[in-house]
Design a protein around this ligand. Structure first.
Ligand SMILES: [Zn+2]
Ligand SMILES: [Zn+2]
Length: 444
C-alpha cells in the first residue's frame, strides 16, 4: 500500500472536520476482522445494550456457517435472544429483501430488542438495517462475505410492490467478520464484492462532473477513503481467485470503507454513478420481463468496464462539440415503469442542457479531464482485474444475451435524475454511435 494513503481506521466512530469544509461523522464504531470475534462480540455490544437483548437474523446458510455459534456465544454471556432464520423463497432460492419478507420477520420480533444483529451479507444485512431503522434501535452485523458495500452504507435497496427502491437508514454500529468465513464464502459473492469495490473511482469522476457543472458538494476525502486499499486487490486479482487471506481482507475492508464514504457523501451521490445505473437498468429490465439477473456487484463490475471505456474515449476529445440528448424516453422499453422513468428524465433534461452549454467551453472541459485523469482507470485494467480474479467480465458471465446488454446500454441514460458518464457520452456522440463497438471490444 502507498505510504501516503489515508488511515481510515483512525476515523471509525469519529466526528471530524474535513478539508471539504464540512464536519463528517462515521457512526460505525467497530470494525473487527478476527477469527476469534464470535467470542468477543457479546462483550463489545454489551456497551450498547443495558438489558442485553438482541434479535439475531440469519438465513439457513449463514445460520449453519455462523449464527448458531454466535447465538451460543450470546447465550453463554446471559443475553436474551430471539433467533430468526429467514426462510428461502417458495422456489428454493435464498430470501430477498422485499416488503413481504420484512413484514414476516417484523411479526416474529414480538418484544422489542435493544439491538438487531444480522448474520449474513446483502439480503440479511439489508433486512436487519431496514428493520432496526424502523424500530429506532441500532443494528450490528456479523458479515459472512466480502460481497457489497452495504454493511456501512446508509441505504437499503428493497423491492417494494415489485419495484426496486432505495430506503434511507443507518449504517451498522459494528461490523464483525472472521477471515476464515469471508475467505470461504461462495466465490461468486466475493467477485460481486470486487465489482462493487471497483466502482468507486468511476462514481467519483461522475461526482466531480456534478461538482463542476452544478456545484454539487464534492468531498475529496470520500474518494481517498474508498480507494484506501484499492491497489491491494486491483494489482493482485489472481490472489482473489486463490482466496489469499491478506488480499481478501483488503477487499473486505475496501468495501466497508466505500460504505463509510457513502455515509459521508450522503445518499444521493455515490450509488448513482453511471456504472451503478447500468446494473439498476438490468434489474429494472428483469423486473419488467422476468429475465435473469446476477448479483449487484457482478453487474456493477461490467458497468465499471463500460464507464471506464466511455471515459477513455471522452478523455481523448480535445475540442468538444456537444449535442442535445433525445427529447423523450422510449416508453415501450420500460413497460409499467415508464411514467416514473419519464418524470425523472424530464427533471434531468435541464441538467443535460446545462452540461451541453458548459462543456462546450474548451477550458472547462480540459479542467474536468485534468481533475479526473488520476482517478479513472483504463477499461483494460478493470477488465483484466475482473477476469484474472475469476469474476464477471463479459455479458455471458451475468447470464445476459448480447441484444439484452445492448438495449440496456441504449436506455440507461433515461434512468435517474443525475448526469453521469452515460449522459455525457450521449452529448458527445459516443452513445449511441459506438454501442456495438464498445460491446464487442469490452463487454464480450
Ligand atoms: Zn453498489
Ligand atoms: Zn469532506
Amino acid at each position: 500500500m502507498q505510504a501516503n494513503r489515508i488511515d481510515v481506521e483512525s476515523l471509525i466512530g469519529k466526528s471530524f472536520s474535513c478539508e471539504c469544509g464540512r464536519t463528517h461523522i462515521i457512526p460505525t464504531k467497530y470494525l473487527i476482522y478476527s477469527d476469534d470475534v464470535i467470542s468477543t462480540m457479546p462483550e463489545i455490544l454489551e456497551r450498547h445494550c443495558s438489558d442485553k437483548s438482541v434479535a439475531i437474523i440469519s438465513d439457513s446458510r449463514t445460520h449453519k456457517v455462523a449464527a448458531e455459534d454466535i447465538a451460543n456465544s450470546f447465550a453463554k454471556a446471559n443475553w436474551s435472544l430471539t433467533d430468526i432464520i429467514v426462510p428461502d423463497t417458495s422456489d428454493g432460492t435464498p430470501p430477498h429483501c422485499d416488503d413481504e419478507t420484512y413484514e414476516r420477520i417484523s411479526a416474529e420480533i414480538s418484544d422489542k430488542p435493544e439491538m438487531i444483529l444480522a448474520v449474513g451479507a446483502g439480503t440479511i444485512n439489508d433486512l436487519a438495517k431496514w428493520l432496526a431503522f424502523d424500530m429506532n434501535i441500532p443494528y450490528a452485523v456479523f458479515a459472512t462475505a466480502a460481497s457489497m458495500t452495504g454493511y456501512t452504507s446508509p441505504i437499503v435497496a428493497p423491492t417494494i410492490k415489485g419495484v426496486k427502491q432505495v430506503v434511507c437508514a443507518q449504517p451498522a454500529i459494528g461490523v464483525f467478520a472472521a477471515g476464515r468465513i469471508i475467505e470461504n464464502a461462495p466465490f461468486k459473492l466475493t467477485t460481486a464484492g470486487l465489482g462493487d469495490a471497483l466502482a468507486k473511482p468511476m462514481s467519483s469522476a461522475d461526482w466531480i462532473m456534478n461538482n463542476m457543472l452544478f456545484d454539487e458538494h464534492y468531498c475529496p476525502l470520500c474518494t481517498q477513503i474508498s480507494s484506501a486499499t484499492e491497489l491491494t486487490y486491483l494489482d493482485n486479482p489472481s490472489a482473489i481467485r486463490s482466496r489469499q487471506p491478506n488480499v481478501i481482507e483488503a477487499l473486505f475492508r475496501g468495501l466497508v470503507y466505500c460504505g463509510f464514504a457513502m455515509t459521508i457523501a450522503g445518499t444521493n451521490v455515490t450509488p448513482s454513478g453511471g456504472e451503478h445505473i447500468f446494473s439498476h437498468t438490468l434489474d429494472m429490465l428483469a423486473s419488467i420481463d422476468g429475465g435473469a439477473n446476477d448479483y449487484h456487484g457482478r453487474q456493477v463490475g461490467l458497468g465499471v468496464i463500460l464507464s471506464a471505456a466511455l471515459y477513455s474515449e471522452l478523455m481523448q476529445i480535445e475540442n468538444p462539440t456537444l449535442r442535445d440528448l433525445p427529447e423523450t424516453i422510449d416508453k415501450s422499453f420500460w413497460g409499467g415503469l415508464a411514467d416514473g422513468i419519464a418524470n425523472d428524465y424530464a427533471a434531468k433534461r435541464p441538467l443535460t442542457k446545462t452540461m451541453q452549454e458548459k462543456f462546450s467551453d474548451k477550458r472547462l472541459w480540459r479542467k474536468y479531464i485534468d481533475r479526473i485523469k488520476g482517478i479513472v482507470k483504463t477499461p483494460n485494467r478493470i477488465k483484466e482485474c475482473l477476469k484474472q480474479a475469476g469474476g464477471a467480465s463479459g455479458f455471458s458471465d451475468i447470464q445476459c444475451e448480447r441484444d439484452r446488454v445492448k438495449s440496456v446500454i441504449l436506455h440507461m441514460h433515461e434512468m435517474g435524475t443525475r448526469c453521469t458518464v452515460v449522459e455525457l457520452s450521449w452529448a458527445m456522440g459516443i452513445l449511441p454511435d459506438r454501442t456495438d463497438d464498445l460491446i464487442d471490444e469490452w463487454l464480450s
